[in-house]
Design a protein around this ligand. Structure first.
Ligand SMILES: [Zn+2]
Length: 472
């Protein structure tokens, strides 16, 4: 595995010499659609002879994509796109590999180190790039984290697109001194690699104290963990959330709420409903986690216009004996992971995945397995663990899961006009996979790996791909 970072001073953008296409080792995939017409030649980069899953509105497939100045200029059949080849075009034979939009992960806790030295942050960035992430959201950012990000920017070593959400209160519910917000402006754009997009609010416990729920944890078969109270811990009320939303809205920022228990979700929905007052939600305030949902809550997201972000990986190897399900009685078990219902009952909002690394797996194929099968592979717990019967009917299709990891995630971050799909005019944020997940299912989805991660048309991470050779 190799990483090419600007820190190492390695230019990876565009090779000056065109590479002659060698004999393809894999058969050319069938093209379901050719989404675009040939571009004006010549392109900087052409990837051809692969399966390009564009994740456009029609979920079109193509064979090739061309890039100029970091933007996608053509998508279509290899023959059409290769017409954009000029003497300075770098032409890369995908040899049947699959190209997707780069994975967009709205909620990760990597890089935000409490000791923000470059050597502490760069390995996290490398891991995220190796997992195909091109844009991430980082919640609960405090001044020490901002120092670290600043250091990365100054060293020209920030490669990922990062949207930071400043902390309003911490995971134990303690309020932050938010005076530091005043030093920053909020925006949701892709113009810079580091952007401060909004504010993070912990509605309830879950990582510290218990999630706020409508039932009593005292009845849990497993007993109450230290620090938990019977109905969990609500840190922020709907009224307090309204105040935060007004303050952040006034500056064009996004409010990202952590809500795990159903009582916290209801409180957050009430707060957003009052703050938005039936109007639109232009700054994209959203609720992350949404772990315990009483069935009557599921349709309220769409009624209010608030997006939802949910975990991909599910711990089917340990639930319900441990994990969230261990606190629920049999009737409440189907309140977990209502991904299918969130999609079906809210056609007008976006539902995205998040890995929340390091709290679940960074590996995108484990996320895909969790979304599509509610299953898990974990070597420490017997390997393959099928979905529990009480989650039957909660999973999403592979197409939906790939949307949740790309375009719908870009929508919840407010940057879907720039990234999240492979369409002419968008930024060339791409991930190259060894295998096509549309031709896999179940645990076979794990038989895949990221061959390359590309941001703005530059390869920023590469593995097991002839393209990598000669670029070190
Ligand atoms: Zn988190």
């Amino acid at each position: 595995m190799r990483i090419w970072s600007r820190l190492a001073g390695v230019a990876v953008a565009v090779a000056v010499v065109a590479v002659a296409a060698c004999a393809p080792s894999a058969p050319a995939p069938e093209v379901v659609a050719s989404p675009s017409t040939p571009p004006p030649a010549p392109a900087d980069l052409i990837l051809h002879n692969g399966v390009v899953i564009t994740v456009d509105g029609a979920f079109s497939l193509a064979q090739a994509v061309a890039v100029t100045d970091g933007r996608i200029v053509a998508v279509g059949s290899s023959g059409d796109v290769l017409r954009a080849e000029g003497s300075r075009t770098r032409v890369v034979d995908l040899e049947g590999r699959t190209v997707l939009p780069g994975f967009v992960d709205p909620h990760v806790h990597y890089i935000q180190n409490q000791a923000p030295e470059l050597e502490n942050m760069l390995p996290d960035q490398e891991a995220l790039l190796s997992w195909g992430r091109t844009t991430v959201g980082i919640p609960s950012v405090i001044p020490i984290n901002l120092e670290g990000f600043q250091r990365m920017v100054e060293a020209d070593s920030l490669i990922l697109r990062i949207h930071a959400y400043l902390q309003w209160n911490n995971n134990c519910g303690d309020p932050e001194d938010t005076a530091f917000w005043d030093d920053y402006t909020f925006e949701r754009s892709t113009d810079h690699r580091f952007t401060i997009a909004g504010v993070k609010v912990f509605m309830d416990g879950g990582s510290c104290h218990g999630p706020a729920v409508s039932f009593n944890f005292d009845d849990a078969p497993i007993g109450l963990p230290a620090g938990w109270t019977g109905h969990g811990d609500l840190f922020t009320t709907a009224d307090e959330l309204v105040e935060v939303v007004r303050r952040v809205d006034a500056r064009g920022g996004q409010v990202v709420v952590h809500a795990i228990g159903d009582r916290a979700v209801a409180e957050a929905l009430d707060g957003f409903a009052e703050a938005l007052d039936g109007g639109p939600n232009p700054n994209g305030h959203r609720i992350d986690h949404n772990t315990f949902l009483r069935p009557e809550l599921t349709a309220r997201y769409g009624e209010i216009g608030v997006n939802a972000v949910v975990w991909g990986v599910f711990n089917s190897c340990i639930e319900p004996d441990a994990g969230w399900a261990s606190f629920l009685n049999e009737d409440q078990l189907p309140w977990l992971r209502r991904h299918r219902m969130l999609l079906d009952e809210n056609p007008d909002i976006s539902v995205a995945f998040h890995s929340d690394v390091p709290h679940t797996e960074g590996n995108p194929f484990h996320q895909l397995l969790g979304l599509t099968e509610m299953a898990q592979f974990h070597e420490d717990f017997g390997g393959e663990c099928d979905a529990p019967p009480w989650l039957a009917g909660h999973s999403v299709t592979t197409e939906e899961a790939l949307r949740m990891m790309t375009i719908w995630a870009a929508e919840v971050m407010g940057i879907d006009d720039e990234v999240g799909s492979i369409e002419v005019g968008k930024r060339a944020d791409l991930v190259v996979l060894a295998n096509n997940p549309l031709e896999q299912s179940g645990f076979d989805l794990l038989d895949n790996h990221v061959s390359a991660t590309i941001i703005d048309g530059e390869a920023v991470w590469c593995d097991d791909f002839p393209w990598c050779e000669g670029l070190e």
